[in-house]
Design a protein around this ligand. Structure first.
Ligand SMILES: NC(=O)c1ccc[n+]([C@@H]2O[C@H](COP(=O)([O-])OP(=O)(O)OC[C@H]3O[C@@H](n4cnc5c(N)ncnc54)[C@H](OP(=O)(O)O)[C@@H]3O)[C@@H](O)[C@H]2O)c1
Length: 258
């Protein structure tokens, strides 16, 4: 009788208790490809009302900037790491949470990876991070400067530290049901129609897409499940060496097709 030897992976999701993070954890569990799905965030497990289908996640509580704690939670038995850490605030704060948090985690993972442990590192970046992007030319005092520059720096570190084992997703607005303070906000009822207008109304969509910055956002909206599935599918591919030994970078169109 033929036996199937499927290697079960062990996943750490940094920020797994957040909106995108929960979808990533759910997609990981549904894939049945993981023995362990662990999340690290300061608050630990999300509130019970948003826990649907996530009871098998190991919820660790901690700050990603606490390097010994991060090393501990990562080095225990993990072989794939995904960072979905992020926040909005002052430019300085966003440089730290949207940039430095992932940069620190990538470096910790790289040093553990030196022993052959971490086989893939995934990161959710932004649709506005690409060569020639206007968002990356904003002056330092502009709102969102820290967000985009933080994302850009995190991408650079990931490409440097995991040249063949990175997964970078660049979605625009991510829509779906979002839990805010115990209430579910159905963002899909806003994101879905705007996404449609931005991409499916022929010349009108083409005109809108030509508006600097806004056009890119309009054409880059994606459902949260697509982001999660694209991430899980891609990290598995990279970890298994099924992508010709190369990393993966996906824009919104590629994410939607997953
Ligand atoms: N939502 C979108 O439309 C969208 C679009 C494009 C890209 N993205 C990117 O996708 C990622 C996730 O977005 P999201 O909407 O899911 O954000 P979110 O709901 O605010 O989730 C952020 C997660 O990061 C954790 N976190 C923040 N600071 C941390 C720290 N110092 N140590 C440990 N964990 C920390 C948060 O948990 P604690 O606060 O409990 O620590 C939370 O679990 C972000 O990087 C965002 O930029 C989102």
């Amino acid at each position: 009788m033929a036996s199937t030897n499927v290697i079960k992976r062990r996943l750490l999701v940094l920020g797994g208790s957040g909106y995108v993070g929960q979808a990533v954890c759910r997609a990981a569990l549904q894939s049945s490809a993981f023995d362990v799905v662990r999340s690290l965030s300061r608050s630990g497990a999300p509130t019970s009302s948003s826990m649907g289908g996530l009871s098998r996640v190991e919820w660790a509580k901690g700050d990603v900037f606490d390097t010994p704690a991060l090393s501990d939670v990562m080095s225990n038995d993990i072989d794939i790491v995904i960072s979905v850490i992020g926040a909005f605030g002052s430019n300085e704060y966003m440089q730290r949470i949207c940039g430095d948090a992932t940069i620190d985690a990538v470096r910790v993972a790289r040093d553990i990876g030196g022993k052959g442990r971490i086989t893939a590192f995934g990161f959710v970046s932004s649709a506005q991070v690409y060569d020639g992007s206007l968002a990356l030319c904003l002056p330092p005092a502009a709102p969102m400067y820290g967000y985009f520059q933080g994302k850009r720096r995190a991408e650079e570190e990931l490409l440097k530290s995991f040249p063949n084992n990175h997964v970078i997703l660049r979605p625009g607005f991510v829509y779906g049901a979002r839990n805010v303070g115990g209430r579910t906000i159905p963002l899909q009822y806003v994101g879905g129609p705007i996404d449609y207008v931005g991409r499916n109304l022929g010349p009108i969509s083409s005109l809108l897409q030509m508006v600097p910055f806004v056009g890119k956002e309009l054409s880059s909206m994606v459902p949260v499940e697509s982001v999660a599935n694209a991430m899980i599918g891609s990290v598995r591919k990279v970890a298994d060496g099924d992508n010709d030994g190369k990393g993966i970078i996906m824009d919104a169109e590629m994410i939607r097709s997953c």
